[in-house]
Design a protein around this ligand. Structure first.
Ligand SMILES: O=C1O[C@H](COP(=O)(O)O)[C@@H](O)[C@H](O)[C@H]1O
Length: 240
């Protein structure tokens, strides 16, 4: 378990660009050390901005994208291609522009896929996919931070936040729409070498101060085994 560290950037654009540059470097380092890299993507505003910044960076071509495994920290359980799915947004912002190996793109099932609307089966299938890959120690796991302090689809006071076993859960009655989701558990998140929490804008300031203070929030409970890094802009850090 690593103690939280903070890096504070001037604004949202600087946050996205700094995180993108850092991600590209970590991918190159992971591939040099282990021949491949496993990263976990997040949905949300800051996660989306980061993906767009990677797409815009000429440095992205130094990564061998055919040897990158992509996972998701959570997904909104909606039909394939729905604009609100984290997968759909990630493909549009970055993935469609990369020479990825399709079998290394580990999407959480949509609500009209192999498991239909059975979210429990879809969550179990993702856990099985992780297990088949050896439950990898993710090189970098990125998390957006909601204004309420949620990360992935683990919400404060919601049953999923209290789950202590397994790697993937089905989430129902999410306080943020859509109500049905799939999420990594705290345990699975804690298997990452590096956990990065991305928060930009004034709307995140309360959650950031609470999570880095003494409020019991999912964002404050996550840790990487080697590094736990908060990437903030000045507005999100304004209440620290
Ligand atoms: O619904 C979600 O929200 C969080 C945070 O999103 P943001 O827009 O407030 O940054 C995101 O991290 C998560 O992946 C997503 O499903």
């Amino acid at each position: 378990m690593s103690a939280p560290e903070k890096i504070i950037l001037a604004d949202g654009a600087a946050l996205a660009n700094a995180a993108a540059a850092r991600l590209i470097t970590e991918l190159v380092d992971a591939q040099a050390a282990r021949g491949q890299a496993h990263i976990v993507l997040t949905g949300g505003s800051n996660g989306g901005a980061l993906l767009k910044a990677v797409a815009a960076s000429p440095a992205r071509d130094v990564v061998d994208w055919t040897r990158v495994d992509l996972w998701w920290g959570d997904e909104r359980f909606l039909p394939a291609g729905d604009a609100e799915r984290n997968e759909t947004q990630a493909r549009e912002y970055l993935l469609d522009a990369l020479p990825l190996e399709p079998k290394r793109v580990h999407v959480m099932a949509p609500s009209d896929g192999t498991y239909g609307d059975d979210v429990d089966a879809a969550a179990a299938a993702y856990a099985a996919e992780l297990e088949a890959a050896g439950n990898p120690a993710f090189d970098v796991l990125m998390l957006g931070v909601g204004p309420d302090g949620h990360v992935a689809s683990l919400f404060p006071g919601h049953p999923g936040y209290a789950v202590t076993s397994g790697t993937v859960i089905a989430v129902r009655e999410s306080p943020k729409p859509p109500p049905v989701r799939i999420s990594l558990t705290l345990g699975a998140i804690g298997n990452a070498r590096q956990v990065w929490l991305l928060a930009g804008g004034e709307g995140k300031a309360e959650a950031v101060a609470g999570a880095l203070g003494d409020v019991d929030l999912p964002a404050g409970a996550v840790r990487g085994t080697e590094r736990t890094l908060w990437l903030l802009d000045r507005a999100a850090a304004s209440k620290l």
